[in-house]
Design a protein around this ligand. Structure first.
Ligand SMILES: Cc1cc2nc3c(=O)[nH]c(=O)nc-3n(C[C@H](O)[C@H](O)[C@H](O)COP(=O)(O)OP(=O)(O)OC[C@H]3O[C@@H](n4cnc5c(N)ncnc54)[C@H](O)[C@@H]3O)c2cc1C
Length: 477
């Protein structure tokens, strides 16, 4: 197939870039090596919409974070993605750190961030009674928020597909050859697509993908972050996202409510050998627990429901790399998108399309573009009256499949039918939250498997947890 643009990598950045491209009359293909979207950093991160005070002024990170926050809130609303503007606190524990808080405030002003204030520890504790008595001052950032990062990615890709983009999964790009201004992008299994322009959004592998066109100008340094997620019983422990003053290693350990009502603690920041290093370790989780308790000592860690790890795609210069490759015309790197990449993703997408415009790509407006997504009708968000009404018209919404998260059969069937379609149990989990509660799928997994098998007209033996070798059952006895 021939396309105008091939976007490599269906994380939140590639998904938003593809969506932005469908605002114009361009044929677009979005490619990923996994069997679903949001399988890289975009599924395992803190889910924080950062206020924008942290990046060094005059960097791309500072500019796109500051521009991106309100754009992200507006896009999340249009796409029905769970999000909340809960505000963040950055906490100091000493006179030395009080100075850092003031510096962050000044830096935030330089970055154009509005509404921030420096408050005392006592003022902060009036708003958040569970904060440590040792906190001496706080940077209060009301514009910050929380969002579900994989739901955002799924929604962005779904919206891009609704507006004409195509999605190719299980397509591991192994070679890119440019002949007379046209790229041939080939996959490990022998498939190939052609495109006039390539946008490299391959996350931790973006350096490897750039290498395929001879671009060796940057190298990704993978950095892992481990988390502990706690049950909803702990979800109201704090209402703001609680940070500690950042260090050279990053933004430090946070304690935050999630949009789904859990409490998230983490992440660590550890150099790892490769982007596949997503194991949690006893030392990592112990560090998370210790540092989270420093900010909020009353967190009940016996309420842990799971732990996980995500890998950042960092680069030695510390800034995002978003530019046309200096060695290959028509090839744009959108690389080294570590934090605050989620907060900046809509601004990154617009900035990337501006680069194409400056490269001379003809951008004719797609007047049929519809930037909204249908409401996924999450049963748990409905009032009792809404539930009764909805079940009358949609009886399969009256049958609860996941008891912990109150997910209905109707939601699961709709999610399996909606673009981008999930291929396995984890894909359904990311779209509906079935299996994300305190039993972690212990009860609902067989029922979810049955629905996937029915919808895809296949046998239960063919339903996997997360593709490839992850079959759940091997046959009937
Ligand atoms: C621990 C952690 C915490 C973070 N916290 C925050 C936060 O709170 N707020 C915030 O703003 N940002 C945060 N970030 C950063 C944010 O998660 C990232 O900036 C964002 O998810 C990057 O998205 P992406 O699409 O560039 O990368 P990814 O989501 O990694 O997507 C890249 C995609 O490329 C695909 N791919 C790779 N190689 C190939 C190939 N050869 N062929 C085909 N496909 C390929 C991968 O399968 C993957 O799906 C955090 C990141 C981490 C890891």
């Amino acid at each position: 197939m021939n396309y105008d643009v091939a976007v490599i990598g269906a994380g939140v950045v590639g998904g938003m870039v593809a969506r932005e491209l469908t605002k114009y009359k361009l044929s677009t293909v979005l490619i990923d090596k996994e069997n679903d979207v949001a399988c890289g950093a975009s599924k395992a991160n803190s889910g924080i919409i950062h206020g924008g005070f942290d990046p060094e002024p005059d960097t791309l990170k500072a500019k796109l974070n500051a521009m991106g926050v309100q754009k992200l809130y507006a896009t999340a609303k249009a796409l029905h993605v769970p999000h909340k503007n809960n505000g963040s606190f950055v906490c100091a524990f000493s006179e030395e750190e009080d100075k850092t808080v003031k510096e962050l405030y000044e830096r935030g002003l330089k970055n154009g961030i509005k509404g921030m204030s420096v408050i005392s520890g006592d003022e902060a504790r009036k708003m958040e009674p569970n904060l440590s008595p040792d906190i001496t001052s706080v940077l209060n950032v009301p514009s910050a928020g929380i969002i579900c990062p994989y739901e955002l990615t799924i929604a962005a890709v779904g919206n891009a597909m609704k507006n004409g983009a195509e999605l190719l999964t299980d397509f591991t790009v192994t070679s890119i050859i440019n002949t007379d201004g046209m790229f041939t992008v080939s996959s490990a299994d022998g498939r190939a697509v052609s495109a006039k322009y390539i946008i490299n959004c391959a996350g931790c592998y973006s350096d490897k993908v750039a290498n395929m066109v001879g671009d060796t100008s940057f190298e990704i340094i993978p950095r892992a972050g481990q988390y502990i997620l706690l049950d909803k019983k702990e979800g109201a422990r704090v209402t703001h996202t609680i940070f500690q003053v950042p260090s050279k290693e990053g933004k430090g350990i946070l304690v935050s409510p999630t949009v789904d009502g859990n409490l998230l603690t983490g992440p660590t920041a550890e150099a790892v050998d490769c982007p596949m290093c997503v194991n949690t370790t006893p030392d990592g989780l112990a560090a998370v627990q210790k540092l989270a308790a420093k900010s909020v000592p009353s967190v009940q860690f016996r309420e842990v429901i799971t732990s996980f790890c995500g890998v950042r795609s960092s680069e030695k210069n510390g800034d995002f790399i978003i530019e046309e490759s200096k060695v290959q015309k028509g090839f744009v790197n959108v690389a080294a998108i570590d934090s605050p990449g989620l907060s900046s993703c809509v601004a990154i997408a617009e900035y990337t399309v501006d680069i194409l415009r400056n490269m001379g790509v003809e951008l004719i407006e797609n007047t049929d573009f519809d930037g909204t997504r249908e409401d996924p009708h999450f049963f748990r968000h409905m009032t009792d009256d809404e539930k009764n009404e909805y079940v009358k018209a949609h009886p399969d919404y009256g049958k609860i499949i996941c008891r912990c998260e109150t997910v209905t059969e109707g939601e699961i069937r709709d999610a399996i039918r909606r673009d981008p379609k999930p291929q396995d149990i984890d894909g359904v989990k990311r779209r509906t939250r079935s299996g994300m509660g305190r039993c972690q799928g212990g009860f609902c997994k067989p029922f979810v498997m049955k629905l996937i098998a029915e919808e895809n007209k296949t046998a239960m033996e063919n339903v996997t947890k997360n593709g490839k070798e992850s079959a759940m059952v091997i046959g009937k006895i």
